[in-house]
Design a protein around this ligand. Structure first.
Ligand SMILES: NC(=O)c1ccc[n+]([C@@H]2O[C@H](COP(=O)([O-])OP(=O)(O)OC[C@H]3O[C@@H](n4cnc5c(N)ncnc54)[C@H](OP(=O)(O)O)[C@@H]3O)[C@@H](O)[C@H]2O)c1
Length: 214
């Protein structure tokens, strides 16, 4: 059965998955890049950016499996970009340039309606204004028998966890302290929600934790 998966989700030792004060210069918030530093060295990341090389160790293997079998994505509006409030125009098309790395439909949660945005390489951004269940229904329909990946950001992952809709969660825990930002676990009792850690793998720059819903 198709699953709802969170993959390669970076988190600092003190539980933050993004720094504070996101803006154009800081897509992951101030100091937030430190939680994704493990990913930036991988061949997967370099391929996504049209660059050769990159490391092919454990971190790369962990990043790679996160793209396997994914038929649609769900993103929060802040992961899509730094624009807040009503869309001033249609000019913001995501952080990723003309050809985003999704290559399948991506459903963006927002309170502000916008027409679908077709990009190069198979990604179409659909803006969903009626909540997490509607986004999941649409993503599942688009994905068919493949899985749906919740890409983030933090608030989006938290809502799907709180609703017990995530089947599998792969966290890349980084040995850094952010001190502030978007806290992944604050106020969430993952144990009571039925999650357990089933595997832990030491990578080069992160420890990979795999959680499942019982
Ligand atoms: N550590 C990682 O692996 C990782 C991965 C991805 C992203 N990130 C980072 O996470 C940060 C973003 O996380 P975030 O928590 O700030 O935001 P987010 O989850 O990306 O987006 C939150 C926004 O999405 C819209 N939204 C969310 N749920 C909604 C709902 N149920 N109905 C309607 N609209 C809804 C709202 O925007 P509006 O009200 O404005 O429409 C809300 O403010 C960024 O810094 C990003 O780079 C980290």
């Amino acid at each position: 059965m198709a699953k709802l998966r969170v993959q390669s989700f970076g988190v600092s030792l003190d539980g933050y998955s993004a720094g504070p004060n996101q803006d154009l210069q800081h897509p992951l918030g101030v100091n937030g890049l430190e939680v994704m530093e493990w990913f930036l060295h991988t061949r997967v990341w370099r391929d996504m950016h049209g660059q050769g090389g990159g490391e092919t160790g454990v971190d790369n293997a962990m990043a790679e499996q996160g793209f396997n079998g994914i038929g649609a994505w769900i993103l929060g509006r802040n992961m899509f970009g730094p624009v807040r409030g009503p869309w001033p125009d249609e000019s913001w098309k995501g952080w990723w340039g003309e050809e985003p790395p999704y290559h399948v439909p991506a459903f963006v949660l927002t309170h502000y309606a916008r027409a679908p945005l077709k990009m190069k390489g198979g990604t179409t951004f659909h803006f969903v204004t009626d909540g997490i269940h509607a986004a999941l229904d649409q993503a599942k329909a688009a994905a068919g028998d493949r899985d749906v990946r919740v890409g983030g950001g933090v608030g989006t992952v938290r809502q799907y966890l709180q609703a017990r809709l995530i089947d599998e969660l792969h966290l890349a825990v980084r040995p850094v302290l952010l001190g502030g930002g978007e806290a992944l676990f604050a106020g969430l009792d993952l144990r009571a929600l039925g999650y357990e850690c089933v595997k832990s793998v030491a990578g080069e720059r992160a420890t990979h934790m795999f959680l499942r819903k019982r």
